[in-house]
Design a protein around this ligand. Structure first.
Ligand code: PRX
Length: 707
């Protein structure tokens, strides 16, 4: 096995102004390989090496017809890939297809009595709810009829859905897809304000909400967020005509927030008028948008990743089949939230297109105790399990021996969203997977639609900590800042890029095609005039290394994005929130290593002249971040500093702050305009991290501003 030795600092692009996640993740040690079991290989969807060869570069792009052929098309495509307007690729040109038909209607003939969704409520005394394909068909049709005839929505309109993990969420998404309405699902944990901004950006005039849901043993009142979302959208110039509210218990109110007459409607009441109605799926051109998914980027404003119907559905169906090994008889449980891309691709569209049973769990994994996931798996006989390293770390911490107590058997497990430490991987394999399950560590992004780097579960060896080789039909490259390619086995890291387009890649950023080109293609494109896909590599924004065996190890973000517990947060978004507090003069947000969540944001603020650094200011900043973005963005700490380290041109040196927060070497600071501040901040911050004085004015007395 090739040896790639540990490096103190990965040789990444050396940005002057920030220390990136990728630069913080600097450990590299080769791990031993693990083999898939013979039993798994015997039943796997992908065990023929000849199939893999069909995806080599010489068969590109037609190799992806294999994925598209997994769907039922209303009209076949004429051309697999049209590159005439790079990087706005068109896939399966001339083809017509409906995503809802492929996930629901086409399974009725063979699987109508099979469970499509099994909803597991968080309260353990509420039994699981099984929704068969037949029932799903009925419910999706009724909701589609309501969206068309009551909400007056049609193909191409956008609708914003801010809902928790209840079955009405995928039902609503599929009803939208049936009509060609572009859904934009906002993660339930985001604030009403964050939802309102996204609704305004997408031009939605209808919001779909839930009244309440359970999380960590508490009933969360969600309807109130709808009122904030409407007010925020209206402030941005977007009127909301209707708010449709699903009730957690049909017929019973569980929210304190009042209903606004003529604007707010309970879905269960409106649906009475549509009982038993069916609606023909509306055939869509392959390239019509299916949904928007907002994600954090390098500027303050989240961007709406626009995904297409045909290419996206083909890509998630193919990857769910070959990498997750989903067969129609499997019970598949992905613990992600549908409000993120993982849930869209690998709870809803991929598994349902393959007629699997997809489990939906409402709550947090460790409620009421760390045995909950394993009880669910045992009860429902789940055999494919999918979660994030953060959840694995949390469950391991809360009950390392817990899985052994339960009689479930996984054949396959997926991990996604962040780098997984080899020791955490090994616990997942040995204790959760009982050494029977294969693991795929899948690297991808909101933008990419589906997996791009992962092992082929029956064909490749697993290596803890490395996502694996490129997925079928994906040709990556790692380049440094000077476009020198970093070769397999080279002891260096660089920027991970994908040289070719693939059907799952987003179409554009909603309403901002220029930003799409700039963000993903301007860095490495060879010639802006070229019509050849070879000249338009996709820049992913992640640092990576590749070892001699061709396995990629993802180090983390190289830009202003922090990956918190597998969720993306823009540092600029958090900084903008801080700056809305009237006492804050400057704000800088940096990623800090966290034992459970991988990375968390830490906030540095300096105050306006004459303002005293009190705990109340910190509280205000935290509350503002939670209101404007949501609890997921809650910083680990707020440091009030007398001044920020700055370059002579006045730029805040986030690199220095990140180094301090992560107890790393601050590097050369002699060129700063105010090098003395660095030591002051270091003493302040590192004192807070290890010392007993965690908060309160005592530890900020050193500035002499408070007595
Ligand atoms: O930094 C990479 C990390 O998550 C980012 C994408 O985040 P998001 O768009 O929210 O999608 C998450 C689910 C696909 C990437 O840029 N990431 C994702 N998967 C992995 C990963 N880092 C390491 N290993 C992975 N398997």
């Amino acid at each position: 096995m090739a040896k790639v030795r540990g490096k103190k600092e990965a040789k990444l692009s050396k940005s002057k102004h920030k220390l990136t996640e990728a630069q913080i993740a600097v450990h590299w040690k080769e791990e031993q390989y693990f083999r898939p079991s013979k039993k798994f290989i015997a039943q796997a969807n992908l065990k023929d090496p000849a199939f893999v060869k069909k995806f080599s570069e010489r068969y590109f792009p037609e190799c992806f017809d294999h994925y598209a052929n997994l769907l039922d098309w209303d009209q076949p495509w004429r051309k697999t890939l049209d590159t005439s307007n790079p990087p706005f690729w068109k896939w399966f040109v001339g083809g017509k297809v409906n995503a809802c038909y492929n996930c629901v209607d086409r399974h009725i003939a063979k699987h109508k009595n099979k469970a499509a969704l099994i909803f597991v409520p968080e309260p353990e005394n509420e039994p699981p709810l099984v929704i068969t394909y037949q029932e799903l068909y009925k419910r999706v049709n009724e909701v589609a009829a309501m969206l068309r005839d009551f909400a007056q929505l049609k193909s191409g309109d956008r609708v914003t859905i801010h809902m928790p993990m209840i079955p009405e969420l995928p039902i609503t998404m599929l009803a939208c897809a049936r009509l060609g309405i572009v859904h934009s699902v906002v993660f339930g944990g985001f604030s009403g304000e964050a939802c309102g901004l996204r609704a305004a950006d997408s031009g939605s005039r209808v919001l779909i909400y839930a009244d309440s849901y359970y999380r960590n043993g508490k009933k969360i009142d969600h309807k109130g967020d709808a009122d904030i979302a409407v007010a925020t959208a209206e402030k941005e110039g977007q009127n909301i005509d209707k708010v449709l509210i699903w009730r957690r218990y049909a017929g019973h109110n569980t929210s304190e927030a009042p209903m606004i007459m003529g604007r707010d409607f309970y879905v269960d009441e409106v649906l009475k008028d549509f009982a038993g109605q069916t609606i023909e799926p509306v055939s869509q051109d392959a390239d019509t948008p299916l949904f928007l998914m907002y994600t954090s980027g390098t500027t303050g404003k989240p961007k709406g990743c626009q995904h297409r119907t045909g290419g996206y559905l083909a890509y998630v169906t193919g990857t769910a089949r070959y990498y997750q090994d989903i067969h129609p008889e499997d019970v598949y449980w992905c613990m992600a939230d549908i409000g993120w891309i993982t849930g869209h691709s690998y709870i809803v569209y991929g598994p349902l297109a393959l007629a699997a049973t997809s489990v939906l769990y409402e709550g947090v994994p460790q409620f009421p105790d760390a045995g909950r996931p394993w009880r669910i798996a045992e009860r429902l006989d789940v055999n494919i399990f999918h979660t994030s390293p953060t959840a694995i770390r949390m469950l391991r911490k809360a009950g390392a021996d817990e899985p052994k107590k339960y009689n479930y058997h996984f054949k396959h497990m997926t991990t996604v969203g962040e780098p997984i430490e080899p020791e955490v991987w090994k616990w997942y394999h040995e204790v959760v997977g009982k050494r029977e399950a294969v693991i795929v560590d899948t690297w991808w992004q909101t933008e990419t639609g589906g997996f791009l780097i992962t092992t082929k579960p029956a064909l490749d060896l697993m290596k803890p900590g490395s996502a694996g080789p490129a997925a079928l039909g994906i040709y990556p490259a790692i380049w440094d800042e000077t476009r020198r390619e970093i070769k397999p086995g080279e002891d260096a890291a660089g920027n991970l890029c994908i040289r070719n387009p693939w059907p799952g890649i987003m179409q554009t950023i909603w309403g901002d095609p220029e930003r799409f080109v700039k963000q993903y293609y301007s860095k490495y494109r060879k010639n802006p005039k070229s019509k050849k896909w070879q000249d338009w590599p996709y820049f992913a924004g992640d640092g990576a290394m590749v070892s001699a065996d061709g396995y990629y190890r993802i180090l983390g973000r190289v830009d202003d994005v922090i990956n918190v517990a597998g969720h993306r947060l823009g540092t600029k978004e958090i900084e903008s929130a801080c700056l809305t507090c009237s006492k804050v003069a400057e704000a800088a947000v940096v990623p800090v290593v966290d034992e459970v969540k991988g990375r968390v944001p830490e906030v540095y603020i300096s105050l306006k002249p004459g303002i005293l650094p009190k705990k109340a200011v910190e509280d205000k900043v935290i509350a503002t971040i939670e209101t404007m973005i949501g609890k997921i963005a809650r910083p680990k700490m707020i440091h009030i500093v007398p001044d920020m380290p700055k370059t002579r041109s006045g730029k805040i040196m986030r690199r220095v702050l990140a180094a301090i927060s992560n107890t790393m070497d601050t590097g050369d600071i002699t060129t700063l305009a105010n090098p003395d501040i660095v030591e002051q901040i270091r003493v302040l911050v590192q004192g807070r991290h290890v010392g007993p004085l965690k908060e309160g004015p005592a530890d900020i007395k050193m500035f002499g501003e408070e007595t």
